[in-house]
Write a protein that binds this ligand. Sequence first.
Ligand code: RTP
Ligand code: MG
Length: 135
Amino acid sequence: MERTLVLIKPDGVARNLVGEILTRIERKGLRIVAMELRTLDEGTAKTHYEEHASRPFFPSLVEFITSGPLIAMVLEGERSVEAFRALAGATDPVAAGPGTIRGDFALEVQANLVHGSDSTYSAEREIKLFFPDLG
Ligand code: RTP
Ligand code: MG
């Protein structure tokens, strides 16, 4: 069964959208196999977003993702990587369709509420980073 790493970013926790987002995940049929509330340290944040290290928005992204507690979770299900990214909607919330998490609740590209692994390869790397003990 395919796994994906999902974050409810600090803006989602601060705005009390955890329940709303979890409801959508459960309603879709994705199974939560691990979940934790934590605040990322700078090193973990930089490793998580290492693919963006050379982008101009990287320092701001690291500051944002470490700014407060987030929810990290591992979801399992049929094509879960693609399934969650469809629930999340486009990276830019203004372009994200209505009915998606970002489309319904966000307006700014950085504070876009959720993260989902973009491939099964990324999922494996990110799950190891956040949940090293998960078998
Ligand atoms: P994520 O990695 O968070 O699931 O989002 P994504 O795949 O849809 O987007 P990605 O291109 O990987 O970008 C990672 C996160 O960086 C922030 N971002 N800011 N200021 C900007 O132009 C900009 N572009 C991206 C967003 O928080 C995005 O989710
Ligand atoms: Mg990404």
